[in-house]
Design a binder for this molecule. Structure first.
Ligand code: ADP
Length: 324
């Protein structure tokens, strides 16, 4: 719907509403006038003992007919007015939804281009430097390591995209046994390679060596996306605290940051596909709006729970519960 179609639609809706109200008033007044004249005619006929053709009903019938018709006019007018209003509201609601999808798709295209281009540019720059300059082994190692990191990030973005595409056909949890110790080691290594400059803690107070049956592949994706967000949306000198605990029948993963926080009005929508708070044109941070969507889908497919609350004194706290 472009601007002119929208104006035309609003104008038509307003016209229908006004016309309907006007016709209802007119009908109402015509009914009143008919009632008055029937009453007068009846009184005149009774006074002069006249027999009127066609037969004029008696006074009680005139009053009953008038009241019935009045109720009918009011009732039907209200019914049509409410139906038309609901129809118009549904049309506008679907229009607003369509607009939101268009905006989100545009945001996604902008952000995915950015997400794919940035690591590629960094890697190209590193390779050009290696090609053109005589580097000592130390410099070479640093450049190669940073390129590997960029390649990892690229792989992560592509994996998220592939996983999102597969979500349409439903994510199937894969239950396997892993000890908390293995999970903690894997995640610590991941934190060191991806977010080496950040202070990230991983805490547990459950038995580390007991094997736990859970969707560990899903948990890896959840952990990566939640920590990535915690790192992205909080100042670089603040810590990110994570914890994994096993309780009767379920496993709880929590990620806390001291960042910008998420306003309550946005807490439902941030789990939508492609949704990012704010506007892509003004948003500086990296992202595709897929991370939390994936987290929610994995949690739901595992019949788990996800809770988001504010962290004290600032930031956010995501808590995931998965059955084991
Ligand atoms: P993105 O790729 O943009 O990070 P996500 O689906 O992971 O996409 O998150 C959706 C939006 O939710 C983000 O754009 C961000 O605005 C908000 N968000 C997610 N996690 C946090 C957090 N820990 N703190 C503040 N805002 C967050």
């Amino acid at each position: 719907m472009n601007r002119y179609t929208r104006i035309l639609a609003i104008f038509t809706a307003a016209y229908i509403g006004l016309a309907l109200t006007w016709w209802s008033f007119l009908l109402f007044h015509k009914n009143e006038a008919l009632y008055e004249s029937h009453l007068q005619l009846r009184a005149l006929a009774d006074q002069h003992q006249l027999v009127l053709r066609p037969d004029l009903p008696d006074q009680a019938t005139i009053i009953r007919t008038y009241q019935g018709q009045r109720m009918m006019i009011i009732g039907e007018s209200l019914f049509i007015l409410i139906s038309v209003s609901i129809g118009i509201w549904l049309i506008f609601r679907s229009y607003l939804r369509e607009q939101r999808v268009i905006r989100q798709r545009r945001n996604f295209l902008l952000s995915i281009t950015h997400e794919l281009k940035t690591p590629l540019t960094a890697m190209r720059l590193a390779f050009e430097t290696i090609q053109k300059r005589q580097l000592n082994p130390d410099q070479l190692t640093r450049l190669v390591s940073s390129s590997v990191r960029e390649a990892d990030r690229l792989t992560e973005t592509v994996n998220n995209l592939l996983l999102t595409a597969r979500m349409d056909r439903k994510y199937v949890p894969r239950i396997e046994a892993r000890t908390l110790q293995t999970a903690l080691e894997n995640w610590t290594a991941e934190c060191q390679s991806f977010w080496s400059g950040r202070h990230i803690t991983i805490h547990t107070n459950s038995a580390r060596e007991t094997p736990v049956n859970a969707d560990w592949t899903g948990l890896d994706i959840i952990f990566r996306n939640l920590v990535e967000n915690a790192v992205k949306y909080s100042p670089s000198d603040t810590p990110v605290h994570t914890s994994i605990e096993v309780h009767a029948g379920h496993l709880t993963l929590a990620v806390r940051d001291e960042g910008t926080g998420i306003p309550p009005s946005e807490r439902q929508r941030i789990f939508d596909m492609f949704y990012r708070i704010g506007n892509e044109d003004t948003r500086a941070g990296k992202g595709t709006g897929l991370g939390l969507y994936l987290v929610r889908e994995i949690v739901h497919q595992n019949k788990g729970k996800i809770e988001l609350r504010s962290n004290e004194p600032k930031g956010s706290c995501f808590t995931i519960q998965l059955p084991i």
